[in-house]
Design a binder for this molecule. Structure first.
Ligand SMILES: [Zn+2]
Length: 221
């Protein structure tokens, strides 16, 4: 039995490990332990605003210290593997707020290629890839691009944010998005301006619907 267990651990090294705290237990599912799960508030809600270009934006979690810290660790401190538990959380929201048959393409709000080179990965691209694979929906990669190196949105006021993000995105092959219903992934919604700007570019390509999905929202309402 022991040998078999070791063999199984070799095949599935992540099985039974909480990706948030590193706890090992047989009861862990979706890469999160009971204790870390109890520190997360699942909302699975739509942002209660009308946007000009995005048809609807949904998000998964309350913006708690625990979540803020772990998104920070995910993006800036080498915890890239958190895309898996975050991906599972997003799938849960996706199935509650959307229907797989209503989405043709999953893509992400991209970071600039220089930032990606420095970080080693694009956090939203990993999330989009994970969900698209699990939901069996086409994943568009490297077609919606960030062509402008923008400043971090959270240090700017509303008007500066708009100017900062204006013209930040471009599409290489427009025909890929024509007539399609697209879901864009991002880690966090701060104001919705980034989603709006990406959706605007996709609608210019003829996209029929553009939806947003994020892990959490820092928006006040
Ligand atoms: Zn844990």
């Amino acid at each position: 039995m022991e040998i078999w267990k070791e063999f199984e651990d070799m095949l599935f090294p992540e099985k039974g490990i909480c990706f948030f705290c590193g706890e090992y237990s047989d009861e862990i599912s979706h890469y999160i332990c009971h204790q870390c799960k109890s520190r997360i508030e699942y909302l699975n809600k739509d942002i209660p605003f009308e946007f000009s270009y995005v048809d609807r934006i949904a998000y998964s979690l309350f913006y708690s210290n625990f979540i803020r810290e772990h998104i920070f660790l995910y993006k800036y401190h080498g915890r890239g593997y958190l895309y898996k538990p975050f991906g599972e959380i997003l799938i849960n929201t996706f199935l509650e707020r959307f229907s797989p048959e209503d989405i043709d393409i999953i893509t992400n709000v991209p970071i600039h290629r220089r930032k990606k080179a420095m970080r080693g990965f694009d956090q939203s691209e990993l999330l989009a890839g994970y969900i698209s694979q699990r939901m069996n929906i086409y994943n568009s990669r490297k077609n919606l691009l960030r062509v402008k190196e923008t400043k971090s949105q959270n240090k700017l006021n509303k008007e500066q944010r708009r100017t900062n993000i204006e013209g930040a995105f471009q599409v290489r092959k427009k025909e890929e998005f024509g007539g399609k219903r697209i879901l864009i992934l991002d880690d966090i919604i701060t104001t919705g301006i980034t989603f709006e700007e990406s959706a605007k570019v996709l609608k210019d390509c003829g996209a029929e619907k553009v939806y947003g999905l994020a892990l959490t929202s820092g928006m006040k309402f």
